[in-house]
Design a protein around this ligand. Structure first.
Ligand SMILES: [Zn+2]
Length: 403
């Protein structure tokens, strides 16, 4: 009787019809401490239910994802997707969704003078949720002449632009600044403080401008150092031991983000750091026209690298979903909570002989690889490499894909 009542409570007379039901997958949803076989039901744009043995007869589309992992849509907080702007940038949908990424944060491709074009020409037309760190350089990421010009580091302009576009701008970026002073970092921090947002810092150590001072004095708790397995900041001593100030910075709340890119991920730095227990807070790609090629900095590939270095799958997923959501103060994302937006990644874990390159094209041979098999963005299947939601042609009748 009790179970019948529960059943009736779950399916009242106006029984909910699921639009999509992902059946038999292994859900990893670190935000909700889920790591087990569960079904995921979607209604409209929303996660409606996550539970055991949800009834397939209540679903319009049942997708059997046995043997796959089901995770929140991945969040890549370091991308370059201002495809109409800076020359190195890529189109968001073609480079995010096929890698399981449903939320991509552009990392400072545009500044106060160029962001509105980015919004109008790219973000507005992307199925991917594209958010942004606004470059403290008003002209954006358009080469050394602009990016090294202190007159471009305009706090008031940046603050005004963030306040005008709070739905999309999650923080301030500083990058590529060559002169040995602190104006780029300090102005970025000022603009972020005045808007209650976070700073993402790309930093090269110079005489008189040390990495230690950056992470212990200039950045605030919650600010993000990206490229932290790169070569232009000293994380390790000569014996490959982690510098004490790294632990101190982590303790004071500085976040360390991968930002793989063309030049910022080296196995000879990442492996000893991870072996000594210094894992990234967030995994991200720094994906652009160059990094997507030889080091292959796509989200799912970068995640595969960390899996093969020795992180668990749950640790990898946590750093690609709930952690980046928290880092950008968007805890509504990166979760399969009931009521959350229906952004989902269905991921295959494959065994075989694989190889992964780092920024120096050093090779790590490996036996496991992650692959984004199916992506759901805002309740719609937008990527289905294995045809999981498709009907076999022998049973499809006089089918048409025009709906
Ligand atoms: Zn970048």
């Amino acid at each position: 009787m009790r179970s019948l009542l529960l059943l009736l409570a779950a399916f009242p007379a106006h029984a909910q019809i699921y639009d999509i039901l992902l059946k038999n997958g292994h859900v990893i949803d670190p935000a909700n401490h889920r790591n087990e076989r569960l079904d995921v039901a979607i209604v409209g744009h929303t996660i409606a239910r996550v539970g055991k043995d949800l009834p397939p007869e209540k679903a319009r589309t049942v997708v059997d994802v046995s043997g796959y992992y089901v995770t929140p849509g991945l969040i890549d907080i370091h991308t370059h997707f201002d495809a109409e702007g800076a020359w190195l940038n890529l189109n968001p949908d073609h480079n995010a969704l096929p890698n399981g990424v449903t939320t991509a944060v552009d990392a400072g491709s545009s500044g106060a003078d160029t962001f509105e074009n980015f919004r109008r020409l790219v973000i507005a037309h992307s199925r991917t949720r594209v958010l942004a760190f606004l470059n403290i350089v008003a002209g954006g990421m358009y080469g050394p002449e602009i990016e090294n010009d202190p007159k471009q580091m305009n706090v008031e302009k940046a603050v005004a632009m963030v306040n005008k576009h709070r739905d999309l701008i999650v923080g301030i970026k500083t990058a590529h600044y060559q002169p040995p002073d602190w104006i780029a970092v300090d102005n970025a921090v000022k603009a972020a403080s005045l808007t209650g947002t976070v700073v993402m810092v790309d930093f090269g150590q110079k005489p008189g401008r040390t990495y230690q001072d950056l992470i212990l004095k200039h950045m605030r708790p919650g600010d993000i150092h990206t490229h932290f397995y790169g070569r232009v900041t000293p994380q390790l001593d000569d014996q490959k031991k982690i510098q004490p100030y790294m632990w101190e910075a982590r303790k004071r709340g500085i976040l360390f983000d991968v930002g793989h890119g063309s030049g910022s991920f080296w196995f000879r730095i990442a492996v000893p750091m991870i072996q000594q227990g210094f894992l990234p807070d967030t995994i991200s790609t720094d994906i652009h026209k160059s990094s997507i090629m030889l080091p292959h900095a796509t989200m799912i590939n970068v995640m595969s690298k960390f899996l093969n270095i020795g992180m668990t799958l749950e640790q990898v997923i946590e750093r690609s979903t709930v952690n980046p959501a928290k880092a950008i103060h968007r805890t509504d994302l990166g979760t399969l909570s009931e009521g959350a937006g229906a952004d989902v990644a269905v991921i295959a874990l494959e065994n075989g002989n694989f190889a992964f390159l780092d920024s120096g094209h050093g090779k790590l041979t490996a036996t496991e690889r992650l692959r984004a098999a199916l992506t759901i963005r805002n309740g719609r299947i937008v990527w289905d490499e294995d045809g999981l939601a498709a009907t076999d042609v022998s049973r499809a009748g006089p089918y048409s894909n025009f709906r």
